[in-house]
Design a binder for this molecule. Structure first.
Ligand SMILES: C[S@@+](CC[C@H](N)C(=O)[O-])C[C@H]1O[C@@H](n2cnc3c(N)ncnc32)[C@H](O)[C@@H]1O
Length: 281
């Protein structure tokens, strides 16, 4: 997945704004050690840090981590894949905002690594896309692909139901203390070209598979298809559905801590990627 790193904070500022309540759910305490998993440019990490906690931001994108490190030079950031990151000493909490649904290879592995990174009683606090997230956008996208005679695109997201993710957490050695599942219609304030901009920004790999001469008409068609559900007089609104949870690592579910280090994600995020301004996901 190629992110528009250079404009992430201006185009994506709302991700962090919407993540604001998550900081209260996390309730970081001075001196606590917290991992921000899928930290992006480190905005949420900085919020955690501002509460006095020591933060390690981990992200699969070198470009995101470089940007985070340059924006927050006093904080720690590392490139790592959430599916197989490891830490030397257990942490008090792992937090994650708008990132778990991008970690599609093996959700159980992400939960297992998070479990391994936490001390017994440590907390896993996150918000992610839930089942039905962006359903109208995705349907418009799939329909447009079919209209142009293309095979439906492979989608790079994992949007679980609350029951599914709670089961994974419980089977992964966590006690679920809170699980919320809610609609969050989100104004695409930065994306004047609506659903088309959303596809450009969040599904560039799928778009790259489309013959170039079809790309623009296909994007136009997506806008036509999505407009009845998502276009208001005041602008485009994305049909976000969120899953937010607080889970505690069970005291008796300890396992050997892995060796320090951490593998890089397979993702790369060239800053030369197209950078349409659009609210993020
Ligand atoms: C929508 S951004 C959210 C960033 C940040 N948490 C925020 O609130 O602004 C999703 C982030 O997840 C990261 N990511 C995706 N897959 C990942 C993986 N397997 N391991 C680590 N980070 C990953 C991406 O690089 C990206 O920075």
């Amino acid at each position: 997945m190629n992110w528009a790193v250079a404009t992430y904070d201006s185009a994506f500022g709302y991700v962090s704004a919407h993540g604001a309540p998550l900081i209260d759910l996390l309730d970081p305490q001075p001196g606590e050690r917290v991992i921000d998993l899928g930290c992006g440019t480190g905005t949420f990490s900085a919020e955690i840090n501002a509460r006095g906690a020591e933060v390690l931001g981990i992200d699969g994108s070198r470009e995101m981590i470089a940007q985070a490190a340059s924006l927050h030079p006093s904080m720690s950031f590392a490139v790592g894949d959430a599916h197989d990151f490891t830490v030397a000493e257990p942490y008090d909490a792992v937090a994650s905002n708008a990132a778990l649904h991008w970690m599609t290879r093996d959700p159980d592995a992400v939960i297992a690594q998070t479990h391994a990174a936490l001390r017994p009683g440590g907390r896993f606090i996150a918000e992610m896309g839930g089942a039905g997230n962006c359903a109208e956008l995705i349907t418009a996208m799939q329909t447009a692909w079919r209209v142009f005679g293309l095979d439906e695109p492979e989608l790079p997201w994992y949007f679980p139901t609350p029951a599914e993710y709670a089961t994974r957490l419980e089977e992964g050695g966590f006690t679920v203390r809170l699980l919320e599942f809610f609609d969050r219609p989100t104004r695409m304030s930065e994306g004047p070209n609506g659903a088309a901009d959303w596809v450009r920004l969040f599904a560039p790999e799928a778009l790259a598979e489309v013959p170039p001469e079809i790309a623009e008409p296909l994007l136009d068609r997506i806008n036509v298809l999505a407009a009845p559900a998502l276009r208001r007089e005041s602008g485009w609104v994305a049909d976000y559905v969120r899953l937010r949870f607080a889970a505690i690592r069970k005291p008796n579910s300890s396992g050997p801590l892995p060796e320090p280090g951490g593998a890089d994600a397979e993702t790369s995020w060239p800053s030369s990627a197209p950078t349409p301004a659009l609210d993020p996901m």
